[in-house]
Design a protein around this ligand. Sequence first.
Ligand code: URA
Length: 241
Amino acid sequence: MALERIDKLLSSTGRWSRKEVRELVRQGRVLADGRPALRPEEKLDPSAVSFTVDGIPVDCAPFVYVMLHKPAGLLSATEDRLQSTVLDLLPEELRRRGLFPVGRLDKDTTGLLLLTDDGSLAHRLLSPKKHVDKVYRAEVEGRVDEEDVRALAAGLELGDGLRCLPAVLEPLGDGSVCLVTLREGKYHQVKRMLAARGKPVTALHRLSMGPLALDEGLKPGNWRFLTPQERAELWGLEQTI
Ligand code: URA
């Protein structure tokens, strides 16, 4: 793996700017493999080095994986001339790394969004051939019923001739709220499927994507890095899908 500067590696975590890292190094608060880092411009192997700052381990994996609780009202895009995007919720250091959302949620959809700069993982998670489960909670006009459950399980055909893969519909309570599990991700798919059943969606929220579930402690608009276990689960999925 290519060597990277210490200030670049530590600032890529999004916790400090490069200037702050330089100051931390100057104050002797950064250890690389247990030894004080002396120069911020020193180059090290990101896949092998382990850092601590003030004695606390810092993970500088070569790629960054961020779980975001997407609020309503933001575009799932990296930039837009007129409207705010989910990238606006992240600090400058992460934006500069070139993170992008893995798949899109509609502007009014809330919930789990994974952002990364790992193009290979994103490609695999999004590939139509991979069939990664995505679970949504939908509120609908009317109530979904057993006929809707059977229709989605059989694979709906939408008005424009689009044939959907079989999907799992699970009514909750009186059926005005339901869970929908998709194995694909076509444009407005949940909304179009439920509209085709005469139950238009009034609110949509993504709960999970493959093994990754939205952290219930994350409020809308908040984000955190994936834990090593979550990353391992995603990579494990990569091996099997
Ligand atoms: N299906 C939709 O209709 N909208 C989303 O944002 C995601 C899935």
